[in-house]
Design a protein around this ligand. Structure first.
Ligand SMILES: C[S@@+](CC[C@H](N)C(=O)[O-])C[C@H]1O[C@@H](n2cnc3c(N)ncnc32)[C@H](O)[C@@H]1O
Length: 215
């Protein structure tokens, strides 16, 4: 494995993505808490959140909570909004995340919590949905169907890790990318906003779904 960039300048993009993924899975943190996210994408999220000032960020799949805290801190800086975090288990979530006043955690299968989530959100609130849970085709498509109704025109539903088999060879074979393609056929009110892939490298190719302004 190459350890330093200057020794790896001849690596292919495919090999470089693999190398970055190893870094994401083993050593990326926010505020001292593991955050399993490509930092280039986290910066794009910051751009979306600052521009849109969502009322609610719904993060599906929180793991240790590093990303959840990152969103809450951005909302602190904006002085607006709250985070709803769903995970099958919050066993590994850091105390600082549990105690943050803008964060509301819900434990359980996201595919069964949609009715409860909808009761926590007002009709006119803009919601940024970030799906980062099991990455199987069925689960991702189900979550798109269940939660896309929360996104208002001009807002975003981000499906993470569409890079599975579209940049990285990692399971499952049919995953988020294919779920996005199926969903877009069902619901033309969304389209992939590929301008948000402006760093070129992203773990979410075709995954930044924007709700059309007339959608
Ligand atoms: C990739 S991790 C999330 C990483 C986190 N978003 C971050 O950026 O640090 C995936 C998480 O999704 C959770 N998960 C998997 N399937 C789920 C489901 N159906 N509903 C809720 N959570 C789920 C897992 O328990 C796991 O903690």
């Amino acid at each position: 494995m190459q350890n330093f960039m200057e020794e790896g300048l001849e690596l292919s993009l495919k090999e470089s993505l693999k190398r970055i993924q190893e870094g994401i899975l083993t050593g990326t943190s926010y505020f001292g808490i593991p955050a399993l996210k490509c930092p280039l994408d986290a910066w794009v999220y910051q751009e979306i959140i600052t521009r849109q000032r969502p009322d609610v960020i719904l993060e599906i799949g929180n793991a240790y909570g590093g990303s959840t805290l990152f969103f809450a801190h951005l909302l602190d800086l904006l002085g607006h909004g709250r985070v709803i975090g769903i995970d099958i288990s919050h066993e590994n979530i850091a105390e600082i995340v549990k105690k943050h006043p803008r964060i509301h955690l819900m434990e359980g299968n996201a595919c069964q919590l949609n009715d409860q989530v909808y009761t926590l959100i007002e009709q006119d609130e803009q919601v940024l949905v970030i799906e980062d849970s099991s990455h199987t085709f069925e689960n991702t498509l189900n979550i798109l169907r269940l939660y896309s109704g929360l996104v208002k025109p001009g807002g975003y539903f981000i499906v993470e890790d569409t890079i599975c088999h579209h940049g990285l060879v990692t399971s499952p074979e049919l995953g988020p990318y294919e779920a996005v393609e199926s969903f877009l056929k069902e619901d033309p009110t969304f389209f992939p906003d590929r301008e948000l892939e402006h760093f070129f490298i992203t773990w979410n190719p075709k995954g930044f779904l924007k709700k059309r302004s007339n959608g």
